[in-house]
Each structure stands twice: as C-alpha cells, then as structure tokens.
Design a protein around this ligand. Structure first.
Ligand SMILES: NC(=O)c1ccc[n+]([C@@H]2O[C@H](COP(=O)([O-])OP(=O)(O)OC[C@H]3O[C@@H](n4cnc5c(N)ncnc54)[C@H](O)[C@@H]3O)[C@@H](O)[C@H]2O)c1
Length: 264
C-alpha cells in the first residue's frame, strides 16, 4: 500500500491505522523529515517526493512494486488548501497538488493494475468536492475536479477489476485546519473530527466498495439537497457566507476582488 502526504494529519493517521492491521506500507510526503518520523514510528518504508512531479510519482510506484511485489491500495491523499480565492497562482498550485497528482498516479498505476486485473485507488477529496468550501475558490474547484476524476476512473475501469473510492470529510483537526484563516477555520471547526476518526471511517470504507467514504455522514444529506434543490442549497450557502462575513469582518487574507478600504 502507498499513502501520499503521509507525513501529517489524515495521511499519517491512515498509515497508523493500516499498519495496525498489518499492512505493508510505503509512505510519501514532500516533507522528508515528517514522513521519516511517521514511517519510523510504525515500521513502514518511506520515499520523500513531490506528487506534482510525474517522475517522483513514477519512482514511488516503482519502489512500492519492487519492494512489495505490487500495490494493492494507493491512497492519493496529499493536498493543499491555500488562501487566495481569485489568485491565479493559487489556482495553478492547487490544480497540480489536488488534481494532477491523481492523474500522475493513475498513469503510473494503471498498466500494472490492468494487467493484474485488480487494484484500489483511494482519492482523498473533501466535502468541498461534493459541496463547496466557503471562502476558498481554488480548494472548492480543484476538489470538485478531483472528485470528477475519481468518478471517471471508476466508470472507466470498474469492470476491469479496479476499485476507485473518494474520501470526502468535512472539517478534520489537522495542521491544515490549524493554518486556515479565521473564516475557513470557523467553517471547518464546526462538527470537526480527528484524523483518527477519518482513518477509522477509511478502514470501514475499504472493507466495502462504496464510492463515497463520508466520515461526516451529514455530508451525504447536504449533497442530496444540492442535487435536488440547487437554488435552495445555493441560497442557504449564501446565507452562511453572510453570517461568516458578519462574524469575521476582517478576514486574515482579503478577497483580492474587493478593493482595499471598501465596505463589505
Ligand atoms: N483537514 C481537513 O479539514 C480536511 C478536510 C477534507 C479533506 N482534507 C484533505 O485531506 C488531505 C490531507 O489533509 P490534512 O488535513 O491531513 O493536511 P496536512 O497539511 O496535515 O497534511 C498534508 C500533507 O501533504 C503533504 N503534501 C503537500 N503537498 C505535497 C506534494 N506536492 N507532494 C507530497 N506531499 C505533499 C504535506 O507536506 C503534508 O504533510 C488533503 O488532500 C486535504 O485536502 C482535509
């Protein structure tokens, strides 16, 4: 099994949970010291690298295949939530980390998986990919894209033995949440759970084949409402946005579309 972004948060918790079930793991992270520490703690192998770089992803897949004889599960978990809703550079970076890394992984994995007639791909998406993330356009858009790619993979390869699943938590108390601006932190903190809770939901989800793994079950109801009453859902989300603006009138990272000094 391979887990990307395993040096912290959800990836580290999934690694610990899977290792506790006896899994052999190769962990990846951009942060070499962090992933080495997690791997050392649970007796896993690790290979630091950047999931936005196809060569690094190829090396990860090759190393796991060589040391474990194959990859039964690939967890594409590394992700970023960067501030700057209308900043093209933030869109660019978010696109590469949150979406293209999954494409690079699929390209590296599929030849071996299709030849073997089996393989499992778990994409860490987010509730933001099913709903949206108030205050963060690049995160919302790229998580929607990651979910779309996971759906496409499942549709295209399910009959050839490939299982694709999408993990869509809402707020999880990890360093990502700790770095969030006050508005995002308020959204994520309400109803937040621990990374260990997410890992428990993942173990249950991996035992089955359902596409969506929802550690926050209420996300399913919200997605259903979005599907059946889009205008009502959008109006409710706009009211939530207005409540956030009232509660946090000075976001740490101002929306670049709002001229300085203008009233919100
Ligand atoms: N924390 C939340 O509230 C929350 C909610 C829903 C989904 N998620 C998703 O869960 C995943 C993990 O998030 P987390 O909360 O554990 O965050 P985190 O910041 O604690 O951990 C993310 C890890 O990914 C690594 N990483 C970032 N870019 C990388 C790259 N290019 N190559 C390799 N590694 C890279 C980081 O170094 C870090 O160790 C992300 O995809 C995130 O979007 C998080």
């Amino acid at each position: 099994m391979v887990i990307t972004g395993a040096g912290s948060g959800i990836g580290a918790a999934m690694a610990e949970a899977l290792a506790g079930r006896g899994a052999r793991l190769l962990l990846n992270d951009l942060d070499s010291a962090a992933v080495a520490a997690v791997a050392g703690r649970i007796g896993a192998e690790y290979l630091a690298g950047d999931v936005t770089n196809p060569a690094d992803v190829g090396r990860l897949v090759d190393a796991a295949t060589a040391s474990m004889g194959g990859i039964d599960l690939f967890c594409a978990n590394a992700g970023v939530a960067l501030p700057g809703s209308l900043d093209p550079d933030v869109f660019e970076t978010s696109w590469h980390v949150n979406v293209m890394s999954h494409v690079h992984a699929a390209r590296a994995l599929l030849p071996g998986w299709l030849a073997a007639g089996r393989g499992r791909f778990l994409a860490t998406v987010s509730a933001a990919g099913l709903l949206t993330m108030p205050g963060n356009a690049p995160y919302s858009v790229t998580k929607h894209a990651a979910l779309g790619f996971a759906e496409w993979l499942r549709i295209t390869y399910a009959h050839r033995g490939i299982t694709v699943q999408a993990l869509c938590p809402q707020g999880v108390r990890t360093p990502m949440l700790e770095r969030a601006d006050p508005r995002s932190a308020a959204v994520l903190t309400e109803g937040s759970i621990t990374a260990e809770d997410v890992a428990t939901a993942v173990l249950t989800g991996l035992a089955g084949n359902e596409f969506l793994i929802l550690p926050h079950p209420e996300v399913g109801g919200r997605a259903a409402r979005r599907g059946t009453d889009r205008d009502g859902w959008l109006a409710a989300m706009n009211r939530a946005q207005q409540r956030l603006e009232a509660a946090f009138p000075d976001p740490a990272v101002p929306d670049p579309a709002v001229p300085e000094g203008s009233a919100r």
